[in-house]
Design a protein around this ligand. Structure first.
Ligand code: FES
Length: 137
């Protein structure tokens, strides 16, 4: 496999229910990761341009779901399923979705703007991946 131009590391860390830190998985990141994989696959970018990988905690739990974009070195935060096409559109243009890029203040929980509330009764990760026809890695 060739080295891709970009890697999207989607935090899919899940903490136990009731943990005060919450987690990106609790905010829907597993479904988000599956949708990103599907979108880059459908556009023919997965093998050469963009790899959507899962990640453990990026230490941005308060603004999750969080995605690290490498090698560019920026982070998306508060990403929702509806943002997936815009993110991939931007990657294809060689750009980024500025409204989702985390500013410096968001890297400190004390100064960060509020994160997203957990989605209501989201489907489990395997159900979401199957529904999206997630390609095998
Ligand atoms: S749980 Fe996702 S950044 Fe910590």
């Amino acid at each position: 496999m060739p080295q891709r131009q970009r890697y999207l590391f989607v935090c899919v860390n899940r903490r136990p229910d009731g943990n005060p830190k919450g987690s990106c998985a609790e905010s829907g990141s597993e479904t988000l990761h599956a949708a990103l994989k599907q979108e880059v696959f459908q556009r023919g970018l997965a093998k050469t341009e963009v790899r959507a990988c899962s990640s453990s905690c990026l230490d941005l739990c308060w603004v999750g779901p969080a995605i690290a974009v490498e090698p560019d070195g920026y982070f998306y935060g508060r990403v929702q399923l509806g943002d997936v096409k815009e993110i991939v559109d931007a990657l294809q243009r060689g750009g980024r979705v500025e409204r989702l890029v985390l500013p410096a203040a968001d890297f400190d929980e004390k100064t960060a703007a509020p994160g997203l509330p957990p989605p209501p009764a989201a489907a489990g990760p395997s159900a979401a991946g199957a529904a999206l026809g997630e390609p095998k890695p």
